[in-house]
Design a protein around this ligand. Structure first.
Ligand SMILES: Cc1cc2nc3c(=O)[nH]c(=O)nc-3n(C[C@H](O)[C@H](O)[C@H](O)COP(=O)(O)OP(=O)(O)OC[C@H]3O[C@@H](n4cnc5c(N)ncnc54)[C@H](O)[C@@H]3O)c2cc1C
Length: 425
């Protein structure tokens, strides 16, 4: 008799990485994705070294990642006066054994999708299939599925993993009293532009104040014309007392709708309004997350990725954490079998610390340095060392990396989450 599959609700970065992991360790699975078609959606995201390490252990090569992005070499904060607040190397340049990557989210997602279909066959992902709820069954769990044509089925699996994003139906059933989505007042406009990279060939730049800033980084290598595809995020914090008026996610907008906020962001090395006017796309996105819940598990059902821990992107680690979740679920299945005990062990390992990280990111994550700067000098400084000395800046960022699970020495010394060749027999 064939074992019942693990059912995965959602074929985003979390669900596909879990599917690739289960395929690697020999656990049958099926992915249900609500969209009728996989498309390369989104703009730039960062993959931190702990996430890249797991991808490489999954057989995704650096050449694969070079096809959808490029290694990030520097992280720099710049004040409103255009002067550097802090700069530090990233990835291998910082001493990690693995690179950090800046990638196009859509192209990265499609690369994972192609890898999965190549390895596990086209039937492993069911498109146009929304998981709307679950109930316990003798064999494990029944998932309620609504197909794009309106038909409804109940499919049985050994376990069900909710990788269905910030609006997760699985989470809503698991935690019916959860508060609505949290919006702290920040709005992000995101897009891409073809332009010359700033500072170096691959620098991540945060520019401005903690209430109004630009984030700019390339997500492709420089082409023959000297330009690269540059990801930009323009962010302002508004009065949030009325709540977020619209739950649209990635709503296309015109640059003219928000460019005025950045009118004074003009320097001899960068003209932000000119860069925004040349953008090839722009989307509006509230900076939202969810209050942590005490557990991500309900017997044979678990949450992962944004369904478990949607977080503000201030630390650039939402996608990396989704990848780590997948690998920890795989590792716990190797230890405990395809059982609720494996899910309980995953929950015990990650729910507490990652929930703390969600709250920490509300305090601006690494961009919290700009809050400190603002408190001390209103963001205006001549010599940064007299306001925010290097040792203090480095300690602040080190604390963040430790909390986010990618402190360099710890990561470099850690054994692989899933040992090479490990399979569930
Ligand atoms: C369209 C899109 C664009 C994005 N663009 C960016 C970006 O530019 N920059 C950035 O930093 N982050 C972006 N993100 C968020 C980022 O991808 C995630 O924060 C991170 O990768 C964690 O991914 P996830 O798989 O947990 O969630 P998601 O990426 O949200 O994936 C969830 C998946 O589940 C599917 N789904 C939802 N409900 C159900 C259901 N009930 N049943 C079955 N399937 C369901 C969704 O269609 C989606 O494919 C984007 C997300 C999406 C969905």
């Amino acid at each position: 008799m064939t074992a019942a599959p693990v059912l995965i609700a959602g074929g985003g970065i979390a669900g596909l990485t879990l599917a690739l992991t289960l395929h690697q360790v020999g656990v049958p699975f099926r992915v249900y994705e609500a969209s009728r078609e996989m498309k390369p959606l989104g703009v730039g995201i960062n993959l931190q070294p702990h996430g890249v390490r797991e991808l490489i252990d999954l057989g995704i090569t650096e050449a694969d990642l070079d096809g959808v992005g490029l290694p990030a070499l520097e992280w720099a904060l710049v004040g409103l006066n255009g002067c550097e607040v802090h700069a530090e190397p990233r990835g291998r340049a910082a001493g990690y054994h693995w690179p950090q990557y800046a990638v196009h989210r859509g192209q990265f997602h499609m690369m994972l999708y192609r890898k999965l279909l190549d390895r596990a066959g086209p039937e492993c992902v069911v498109l146009g299939a929304r998981v709307t709820g679950y109930s316990a069954s003798a064999g494990g769990v029944l998932a309620q599925i609504t197909r794009a044509d309106g038909t409804m089925t109940q499919d049985e699996g050994a376990l069900l993993i909710g990788a269905d994003g910030i609006h997760s139906r699985i989470r809503a059933q698991m935690h019916p009293d959860q508060p609505p989505i949290n919006w702290g007042g920040a709005v992000m406009w995101r897009g891409t532009v073809r332009a010359k990279p700033l500072r170096g060939a691959s620098s991540f730049i945060g520019l401005g104040t903690h209430r109004q800033r630009m984030v700019i980084y390339p997500i492709s290598p420089v082409g023959p014309d000297g330009t690269a595809l540059i990801n930009w995020i323009a962010e302002v914090t508004l009065d949030n007392s009325g709540g977020w008026p619209d739950d649209a996610w990635f709503k296309p907008v015109e640059v003219a709708d928000f460019i005025d906020h950045f009118d004074r962001y003009r320097y001899d090395w960068l003209d932000v309004p000119a860069m925004l006017r040349a953008a090839d796309c722009a989307y509006e996105n509230p900076m939202i997350d969810r209050d942590p819940v005490p557990t991500w598990v309900d017997g044979p059902v678990a949450l992962m990725g944004d369904a478990a821990h949607a977080m503000y992107p201030t630390g650039s680690n939402g996608a990396s954490q989704a990848i780590v979740d997948a690998r920890v679920i795989g590792a716990q299945m190797l230890a405990h079998g395809v059982t609720p005990q494996a899910l309980a062990a995953y929950d015990a390992q990650l729910c507490g610390p990652v929930s703390q990280l969600v709250l920490r990111n509300r305090g601006a994550g690494p961009f919290g340095l700009l809050n400190l700067l603002d408190d001390r000098c209103g963001g205006v400084f001549d010599d940064i060392e007299t306001v925010l000395p290097k040792a203090e800046r480095e300690a602040f960022l080190m604390n963040y990396r430790s909390a986010a699970g990618f402190a360099m020495d710890t990561l470099n010394a850690a054994p692989p989450t899933i040992p090479p060749g490990a399979r569930l027999t």
